[in-house]
Ligand binder design. Structure first.
Ligand code: AHR
Length: 512
């Protein structure tokens, strides 16, 4: 049995939980939109074609803000193709994913869907093949009240009231050579600066995200942020980060420690943004938008849904693309990535798990068939539900294990929040130990624990192993079950985490 001793203190807080940390992402990619959130003719679809079985799961997931419409897709997308009568919308080739885009679903449909889902929109614009003009025009179309050509066109297309979209991404991953319209940092920085200015001339209330690096291993990482923020500092509010993790050649130890990279990535971007702030003598801080993150098996698989095989199969409408099936290990890693985001909630204000349905997603759906939860659904949904109020600063003294990529790493990973209004403390744990359970002791300084309100665990199910997944036939094989033996008395909490597990404990507390 390994051991971890954690101390938290009511007076040591990091800041308020940014509710936008529990964001997700809908891209026109594979079956995320078509046969994912939208499938007219499906027995569960409403009159708009929105699948209500998927909608129910989206609501249970608790995503707060959803990025749309891409991703790589947006860098070749004309937003005008997705407005007006559906029968008149053009069919286009999507070069990013080598598929045919019908444009049956576009901006109006996404606005209606978001309203039903109760989620905020984070709209990405195309700065790959397009520029300043398209950027200001989509803002006028979406947000101007009326009396101009574009705002009246919106009304004619069925939405008299403005969409009032506040949050906008200035392009996607333009540091990546794979991107349509890939740019150098100087080229992108200048374009983003001018696009931002023009967008704000139309609507000064916008919040804008500049593209940062597509991962911490990009050769331009660091220099890219420095150059881009030097051009855009006054015009933008956030810089983006993207990161995907996977198990490489059976090195599960390093995979389980992926959040060490997330911590490094976040802290490096904060340092770079603050260095640009100092050099430019700026007053405001640039915050972080971690607007794509997840586990994604990019290498080592050669299945039909890998992008190169999708491309070989020719131009098709919404083929299966990267429909990863997530196992117990992946869910534990996702729990640690969420912990990293939450622990940095003073600067990471937005985060979007990529993506929402079918494409590397917590929810899977079959055409004309059911929808179900993947393993990674559970840590996300519980944290989105319970991480409210203040983020608590933790002191963690955990036994360690050694792994090839990150060296000595804590076996127990944790984050915690305190909601003063409801009198609840929530703790989110992961045990990276593959064989060993972990004995955890938490000292709750400044609190008196009155009751354990909830104690749940995600672990290897009976008869399964660390690679066990949920499937259409067994949608509930991996889920949350009661965590037995959790004891909270006064200022002490004790529990045992099973080997390779993710767990949540919610306590009813009063101030001590
Ligand atoms: O989420 C899948 C893809 O990953 C996105 O389109 C792109 O932005 C990233 O490389």
């Amino acid at each position: 049995m390994s051991r971890a001793r954690i101390t938290l203190d009511r007076d040591f807080t990091i800041g308020e939980v940014p509710r936008r940390l529990f964001g997700s992402f809908v891209e026109h990619m594979g079956r995320c939109v078509y046969t994912g959130i939208y499938e007219p003719g499906h027995p569960e679809a409403d009159e708009n074609g929105f699948r209500q079985d998927v909608m129910k799961l989206v609501k249970e997931l608790g995503a707060t803000v959803i990025r749309y419409p891409g991703g790589n897709f947006v860098s070749g997308y004309n937003w005008e193709d997705g407005i007006g009568p559906v029968s008149e919308r053009p069919r286009r080739l999507d070069g990013a994913w080598h598929t045919v885009e019908t444009n049956a679903f576009g901006l109006h449909e996404f606005v209606d869907w978001s309203k039903q889902a109760g989620t905020e929109i984070m709209e990405a614009i195309n700065l790959g093949t397009r520029g300043v003009d398209a950027a200001r025009e989509i803002v006028e179309y979406a947000n101007h009240p009326g009396g101009t050509y574009l705002s009246d066109l919106r009304a004619k297309n069925g939405h008299k009231d403005p969409f009032n979209i506040k949050l906008w991404c200035l392009g996607n991953e333009l540091d990546g050579p794979w991107q349509i319209g890939h740019k150098t940092a100087d080229e992108y920085g200048r374009l983003a600066q001018e696009a931002a200015k023009a967008m704000r001339f139309v609507d000064p209330s916008l919040e804008l995200v500049a593209c940062g690096s597509s991962s911490s291993s990009m050769p331009t990482f660091g220099a890219w942020e420095q150059t881009v923020l030097t051009h855009t500092y006054d015009e933008v509010d956030y810089v983006s980060l993207h990161a995907y993790y996977q198990e490489h050649e059976g090195d599960v130890g390093s995979f389980l420690a992926s959040a060490v990279d997330t911590d490094y990535f976040i802290e490096s971007v904060i340092a770079t943004a603050d260095a640009v702030r100092a050099k430019g003598k700026h007053k405001k801080h640039i915050n972080l938008s971690f607007d794509e993150w997840n586990v994604w098996y990019q290498r080592g698989l050669d299945t039909e849904d890998q992008p190169h095989n999708v491309a070989k199969a020719g131009w098709r409408e919404h083929p299966r693309v990267i429909e990863d099936k997530y196992n117990v290990t992946d869910a534990v890693v996702v729990g640690t990535l969420l912990n990293s985001l939450l622990r940095h909630g003073d600067r990471v204000k937005i985060a979007n798990q990529a993506q929402l349905v079918n494409v590397i997603a917590p929810i899977l759906s079959e055409e004309n068939g059911p929808a179900w939860k993947q393993t990674i659904f559970h840590p996300f949904a519980r944290m989105a539900e319970l991480a409210k109020g203040q983020i608590l600063r933790l002191s963690v003294d955990s036994d360690k294990y050694s792994n090839a990529r990150f060296g000595d790493t804590d076996l127990v990973d944790v984050s915690a929040t305190w909601n003063e209004e409801t009198g609840r403390v929530a703790l989110f744990f992961a045990n990276r130990g593959l064989e060993e359970a972990a004995d955890v002791e938490v000292s709750l300084r400044g609190f008196d624990a009155r009751q354990v309100l909830r104690a749940e665990v995600l672990e290897i199910p009976e008869g399964g192993d660390r690679l066990t997944i949920n499937s259409q036939d067994q949608p509930g094989r991996v889920g949350l079950t009661a965590l037995e033996g959790v004891k909270a008395t006064g200022s002490e909490l004790r529990l045992t985490l099973p080997a390779l597990s993710w767990a949540v404990v919610e306590l009813d507390v009063v101030k001590a």
